[in-house]
Design a protein around this ligand. Sequence first.
Ligand code: AMP
Length: 217
Amino acid sequence: MRIILLGAPGAGKGTLAEQIKAKHPVAHISTGDILRANVRNGTPLGTQAKGYMDSGRLVPDDLIIAMMKERLGEKDCSEGFILDGFPRTIPQAEALERILSELKLSVDGVVLLEIDDETVVKRLSNRRVCRSCGAIYNVLYKPSKKGNRCEICGGELYQRDDDTESVIRGRLKVYHDQTAPLIAFYDKKGMLLRLSQTDGAESLSEALDRMLRERKA
Ligand code: AMP
């Protein structure tokens, strides 16, 4: 399975990616996670990216494209992948097409997770992430049964620097201005699958499996 997850920050891309990974042998490639690891490790990329990330702006395309070209060429990607947070601009989407054609790979679909802005603000300002394993919690909707420790690994839960209300509103503006044009870009190519949070009793990953099956039928 090779898919691209598209949607505003906080739409549930990371959560859906983890659900898919539990069922399919795929690499979960989150550009945000790769960048945060670079910041933590003080790499040249991390140093260049940090200011953009803290203020909720996009890291320049050339840095992201070079990083993803390297990542997509790694061995685990030949089994399948979920792209979470990439592409985020039209130039990134065009570069992705070139990278995949060089690797002789294609994507099965682009999944748009639909969500409204106020739900994003409420969700993200209450999000907590495990410092050790990256598990995602929410103070309102999915609190950890272990307080500020992770239920899975016991790691410390923290609030990302960019999960404050003013930065979240800035990230939403960036999403609408720079990333939302990708919806029409992929829709025109017949690649877009729309997934809404209110699909009923099905989990998002079940709904996605069904849509991919229906497309193949
Ligand atoms: P995320 O974890 O996906 O919300 O990403 C956190 C931050 O990393 C974003 O606000 C951007 O500053 C940066 N970032 C992640 N992915 C990209 C991308 N594809 N292009 C540019 N910047 C990105």
